[in-house]
Design a protein around this ligand. Sequence first.
Ligand SMILES: *[C@@H]1O[C@H](CO)[C@@H](O)[C@H](O)[C@H]1NC(C)=O
Ligand SMILES: *[C@@H]1O[C@H](CO)[C@@H](O)[C@H](O)[C@H]1NC(C)=O
Length: 121
Amino acid sequence: MEMKSLALLVFTLLSVNLVCSAVPLASRSHLNVGYIYPGDRLLYRQYLQKLALPNAIQYQDFIYQGNRSTRISAVTATEIGYTQYASAWIIRGGVGYNNVTVRVQTYRGYGYYYVIDVWGR
Ligand SMILES: *[C@@H]1O[C@H](CO)[C@@H](O)[C@H](O)[C@H]1NC(C)=O
Ligand SMILES: *[C@@H]1O[C@H](CO)[C@@H](O)[C@H](O)[C@H]1NC(C)=O
């Protein structure tokens, strides 16, 4: 990635451990929204990992913020290795915007290992 775009990149990770949570736990292990068009680039790739904690639901918000002209075309979050029944979904921004916030969350008592890709131009 060019230094120029690196300098404009604001990247934040919030990390939270919850023992109790009302967030529903449907099976949505992989996130895959949008389409990668010719000319799109991988704008950002981030690996996120959490180790299992007994009886705990843990989550993390991944935030990608592009510059004013950035247009996100696709966002994927893919569990690496065997599934741990984790979930990933977009809580803000996404396709067509210049920013995206992806929440990744463990199944109770499990961990996760995700790779998140943000594509666009
Ligand atoms: C803005 O971000 C895009 C990627 O989304 C990059 O290609 C472009 O060079 C950036 N513009 C500036 C002025 O840094
Ligand atoms: C991020 O995207 C949201 C749309 O979900 C938009 O309302 C907001 O203005 C964007 N934030 C910035 C800093 O551009």
